[in-house]
Design a protein around this ligand. Structure first.
Ligand code: CP3
Length: 353
C-alpha cells in the first residue's frame, strides 16, 4: 500500500497508530434515522440484495461519525440461502426447513458464492469506490458453529437447546454440517477479499453456549478450517467468540490476527490470556451508551486504561449496538476515543481528562 496505512489496519497488525481506531458492531442499523428511512421503502432481505442500497447504508455511519472502519451491510445468514435453506427474517433469522437429520445435512449444497450471492461482491466494489481511505472495508461471515445454531434451531433462542442437543446426539452429522459451513464460509470470505474487502471478521455470536471441551472438539476445528482456507491472503483476520471468556485460550488457536472481546472480560485480562502476538478489539458495554455523558466518559476511559499502552487495540463495543441508542452518544464516544488517545502509540494520554 502507498501512503500512510489507515489506523484500523495498522492496529490489527499491532503497529503504532496516531490514535486508537474505533468502529462499532452493527454500526449500520435501526438506531440511525437515515437507516430507518431506507428501510421504510424496502424489507431487510431486499436491502441486503440491492448493492447500491447496501453500499448506501454501509456508508451512513461513516459519514455521520467519522469511524475508522466500515463493515459491509449484509447478514451472517446471507450466504447460506444458496445451500438450499429457506431463509426469512423476523427480525432475526427464521429458517423454514431446519436441519434435523443426517439426510437433511447431506442434502445441503456447498455452492460457489460468486454465483449465489453476486450482489455482495458488487456492493464491495461500489464501496471501495465511495469509501474514504481512512475507513477500510471489513468483510465478514458467521462462524460455522453460530450458523449451525440458527440452521438446526430454526430461529433465535436463548439456549439453542435444539442445536446443542443435535451436537451431543448426532456428533458425526454435526461435524459434517460444520465442515460444509466452514468450506462455504472460507470460499465466501476469500471472494469478499478478492472483491476488495480489506479485513475479514468471523462472528461466533453463540460460542459462549459451549463448554471448553465442546468448543475445542466442534466449534474451534470449524473456525480453524474456515481460516486455513484463507492462507495467502495478505489481510487481517478477526475472530469474535462472543461470551468467550472461558474459551479465550482455545480461541487463540484459531490463529486470527485480532480477537474480539465481549464486555464481560476486562481487556487487561484478555491481553494476559491471548499474549502479545494478538491484537484485541472491544469492549465497551453497549448499555454504557445509555449513561449520562460524564458516566459514559468514565466507562470509555476505563476501556482505554484496561487496553493498556501497548499497540494492537481497536476500540469497539463488547457486542452489537442496541436499537434504542441515541446517535449523539455514539458521536460523543467516537470523539472521546480519538481525542483522548491522540499521540504516539494510540494509548490513553494521562494528561488529558
Ligand atoms: O453494521 C453492521 O454491523 C453490518 C451488518 C450486520 C447485520 N447483521 C445487519 C442486520 C452484521 C455484521 C450482522 C451479523 C449478524 N447477524 C450476527 C453476528 C453479530 C452479532 O450480533 O452477534 C448475527 C447473530 C446475526 C443474525 C441476525 N440478523 C439477528 C440476531 C438479527 C436481528 C437483530 C435485531 O436487531 O433484532 C438479524 C437481522 C439484522 N441484521 C438487522 C440488521 C441491521 C435488523 C434488520 C432490520 O430490521 O432492519
Amino acid at each position: 500500500m502507498t501512503g500512510i496505512e489507515p489506523p484500523f489496519l495498522a492496529a490489527c497488525r499491532r503497529k503504532p497508530v496516531p490514535f486508537t481506531p474505533i468502529w462499532i458492531m452493527r454500526q449500520a442499523g435501526r438506531y440511525l434515522p437515515e437507516y430507518r428511512k431506507v428501510r421504510e421503502k424496502v424489507d431487510f432481505l431486499t436491502l441486503t440484495k440491492t448493492p447500491e442500497l447496501a453500499a448506501e447504508v454501509t456508508i451512513q455511519p461513516i459519514r455521520r461519525f467519522g469511524l475508522d472502519a466500515a463493515i459491509l451491510f449484509s447478514d451472517i445468514m446471507t450466504p447460506v440461502e444458496g445451500m438450499g435453506v429457506d431463509l426469512g427474517f423476523d427480525p432475526g433469522p427464521v429458517i423454514g426447513n431446519p436441519i434435523r437429520t443426517l439426510e437433511d445435512v447431506e442434502r445441503l449444497r456447498v455452492p460457489d458464492p460468486r454465483e449465489t450471492v453476486p450482489f455482495v461482491f458488487e456492493a464491495i466494489g461500489i464501496l471501495r469506490e465511495e469509501l474514504p481511505d481512512s475507513a477500510p472495508l471489513i468483510g465478514f461471515a458467521g462462524a460455522p458453529w453460530t450458523l449451525f445454531c440458527y440452521l438446526v434451531e430454526g430461529g433465535a433462542s436463548k439456549t439453542f437447546i435444539g442445536a446443542k442437543s443435535f451436537l451431543f446426539a448426532e456428533p458425526d452429522a454435526a461435524r459434517i454440517l460444520l465442515n460444509k459451513l466452514a468450506d462455504l464460509m472460507s470460499a465466501y470470505l476469500r471472494a469478499q477479499a478478492e472483491a476488495g474487502a480489506q479485513a475479514l471478521m468471523v462472528f461466533d455470536s453463540w460460542a459462549g453456549l459451549l463448554s471448553p471441551y465442546e468448543f475445542r472438539s466442534f466449534a474451534l476445528p470449524a473456525v480453524r478450517r474456515t481460516l486455513a482456507g484463507l492462507r495467502g491472503l495478505e489481510l487481517p483476520l478477526i475472530y469474535f467468540p462472543n461470551q468467550g471468556s472461558t474459551l479465550l485460550e482455545d480461541a487463540t488457536l484459531a490463529s486470527a490476527d485480532v480477537l474480539g472481546i465481549d464486555w464481560r472480560l476486562p481487556l487487561s485480562r484478555a491481553r494476559a490470556v491471548v499474549g502479545p502476538e494478538v491484537a484485541v478489539q472491544g469492549n465497551l458495554d453497549p448499555a454504557a451508551l445509555f449513561a449520562p455523558r460524564e458516566a459514559l466518559g468514565t466507562q470509555i476511559r476505563s476501556v482505554l486504561r484496561e487496553a493498556g499502552p501497548g499497540p494492537g487495540h481497536i476500540f469497539n463495543l463488547g457486542h452489537g449496538i442496541e436499537r434504542a441508542t441515541d446517535p449523539d452518544a455514539v458521536a460523543f464516544l467516537v470523539d472521546c476515543v480519538h481525542e483522548w488517545t491522540e499521540g504516539e502509540t494510540g494509548a490513553l494520554d494521562p494528561e488529558k481528562p
